[in-house]
Design a binder for this molecule. Sequence first.
Ligand code: 2HA
Ligand code: ZN
Length: 277
Amino acid sequence: MVSFGDSEFVKKVASVTQASYQHGWDERNGGNVSLRLTDEDVADFDDVSEVKETLDLGFDASALAGSYFLVTGTGRYFRNVIDQPNLDLGLVKITADGQHADLLWGYEDGAKPTSEFPSHLMSHIERLKVDPSHRVVMHCHPTNVIALSFTQDLDEREITRLLWKMQAESLVVFPEGIGIIPYMTPGTNEIGAATSQKMADFRTVIWPHHGIFGTGADVDEAFGLIETVEKAATIYSQICAQGGNIKQEITDDQLRQLADAFGVTANPEYLPETSKL
Ligand code: 2HA
Ligand code: ZN
């Protein structure tokens, strides 16, 4: 028997939850991940054809009808997923009416999808409109990004430019910049709607005083995006810890040279194409 529990999908999600936990971004049950799968992806497994339970989604996900999601369970600890993926992860399929999800594998001791599943699904819907290869939404609580949301104006342009200038890698990894929503109550459809609206333009969205959402075509891309944003925020924290006196910086011209060298297009609202004379 070919079990879904032995699949690369489960291994990859379990390894990324472990990596995120080890970075210190997932205290207790903080964080959640969802990976979109297709009929083709699940076709070879013998233990995903029976519906174990049908869950109410609480909003219209009909744009994702027929899609599968491997998703972390509500209240579950990232720290534990690697040892008990069959308890902490579930494979669900969005029903034809878009109102429910059928549980096909996992959550063996009765878990349900993350409380942020509406935010994930709404974000999947928006990312898929702009990128058909999109598959992953990841949420976690990176310390320095959260700290930044207390000390900086919650201005997308300002925070993007600050993070771009913290290391040469930033602009190359997130040339479109970073979205920011106002502080909102987690786990609600409202925060899901606000996050997904940003996902039309950005792959990364900061939740002030809470954490971050990162997306990508695969688990590595979504995680790498969050890692790079958090690294930039950490450098900023260290600069402040060293007294905050910046003697030299990456200039706008150097950012433009970076974009040219790596063949990326920087968001023109955040980095004008030519220097202002
Ligand atoms: O999964 O991180 O935002 C727990 C959370 C809620
Ligand atoms: Zn959270």
